[in-house]
Design a protein around this ligand. Structure first.
Ligand code: HEC
Ligand code: HEC
Length: 233
C-alpha cells in the first residue's frame, strides 16, 4: 500500500509539472480527435435530444452546470478531460460486470442511464461546453467547527496515516488542475463527502489514487475536509 501510493504521488508530480506548461486541449490535439463543438454541446446540455432519448442535463445540473440541488453536482468550470472521463466511465465497458463508476451501495449511478445514448462526440462536446462555463453560485462551507481539521488535512494531509495533502493535486485554492485533477472548490460538501465514501467502498473504482487516499480516512476526517474544500475560492 505504502509503496503504491508513493509511486502514485510521484507520477502525479510529473503530471503536475506538465499541466503548468500545456494548454488544456493539448492532450486531445496530441491524440488526434477533432475539437469539441461547443454550440452542439450547449444545445444537447440544455435541450437533450428526445429522438435519441437524451434527457436535458440542465434539468438536473442547472443552467450552465450550476446546480441548485446538492445531490446533483456542479459541473461548471471542471476540466473537460475530467468530465469526458467521467461520462465514459458511467458506462459499462464490454465484458465488465458493471460501470467503473457506480453509485450508492454499488448500484448503478443515476448517470449510467443518462450516458447510454451519448456518442463519443456528444461527450466531448458536452465536456467542452461545461469546462467553459463559470461557477456562478458556488457552494460554501457550512460547519465552522470543522474548519481547523479540514484545513489541516487539505494543506498537510494526515502524515501519520500516509494521507497526502489534497492541495498537492487539487491545487491550493481547490480549483483543480487540468487535465487530471477535478475542481472541488464550490462543490456541494455533501457531494464531496459522498464521493470520498464511494471511493473508499470501492464503488467508484475509476480513481485508484483516490481509493487509496479515502481508504485511510475516518468519517470525521472526510466530513471536515469536504466542508473545507467546498468553501475554498
Ligand atoms: C436525473 C438527473 C440527472 C440528469 C438528467 C443528468 N445528471 Fe449528471 N449527475 C446526476 C447525479 C445524481 C450525479 C452524481 C452521480 C454519482 O455520484 O454517481 C451526476 C454526476 C455527473 C457527472 C460527474 C461529475 C463529477 O464531478 O464527477 C457528470 C460529468 C455529469 N453528471 C454530466 C451529465 C451530463 C453531461 C448530462 C446530460 C447528458 C447529465 N449529467 C444528466 C444527475 C443527473
Ligand atoms: C495524488 C493526487 C491526489 C491527491 C493527493 C488527492 N486527490 Fe482527489 N482526485 C485525484 C484524481 C486523479 C481524481 C479524479 C479521479 C477520477 O478520474 O475519477 C480525484 C477526484 C476527487 C474527488 C471526486 C470529485 C468529483 O467531482 O466527483 C474528490 C471528492 C476528491 N478527489 C477529494 C480529495 C480530497 C479531499 C483529498 C485530500 C484528502 C484528495 N482528493 C487528494 C487525485 C488526488
Amino acid at each position: 500500500m505504502k509503496r503504491l501510493l508513493s509511486r502514485v504521488v510521484l507520477a502525479s508530480g510529473m503530471v503536475l509539472g506538465l499541466a503548468v506548461v500545456s494548454p488544456s486541449f493539448a492532450a486531445d490535439a496530441a491524440a488526434g480527435p477533432v475539437k469539441p463543438d461547443i454550440a452542439k454541446g450547449q444545445q444537447l446540455y440544455d435541450q437533450g435530444d428526445a429522438a435519441r432519448g437524451v434527457v436535458p442535463c440542465a434539468s438536473c445540473h442547472g443552467a450552465g452546470g450550476n446546480s441548485t440541488i446538492p445531490t446533483n453536482p456542479n459541473l461548471a468550470a471542471q476540466p473537460h478531460e475530467y468530465i469526458y472521463k467521467q461520462l465514459t466511465e458511467f458506462r459499462q465497458k464490454e465484458g465488465a460486470s458493471g460501470a467503473a463508476r457506480k453509485g450508492a451501495d454499488g448500484a448503478p449511478s443515476v448517470m449510467s442511464a443518462m450516458v447510454m445514448a451519448l456518442t463519443d462526440g456528444d461527450m466531448r462536446n458536452l465536456a467542452g461546453y461545461l469546462s467553459q462555463q463559470k461557477l456562478t453560485a458556488p457552494a460554501t462551507a457550512t460547519n465552522e467547527k470543522l474548519v481547523e481539521n479540514g484545513q489541516k488535512i487539505w494543506r498537510a494531509g494526515l502524515p501519520d496515516r500516509n494521507v497526502p495533502a489534497c492541495a498537492g493535486c487539487h491545487s491550493p485554492d481547490g480549483a483543480g488542475i487540468p487535465s487530471q485533477y477535478p475542481r472541488l472548490a464550490g462543490q456541494f460538501p455533501s457531494y464531496i463527502e459522498d464521493q470520498l465514501k464511494l471511493f473508499r467502498a470501492g464503488h467508484r473504482a475509476n480513481g485508484p489514487m483516490m481509493l487509496e487516499i479515502a481508504d485511510r480516512m475516518a468519517d470525521r476526517d472526510i466530513k471536515a475536509v469536504s466542508d473545507y474544500a467546498a468553501g475554498l475560492r
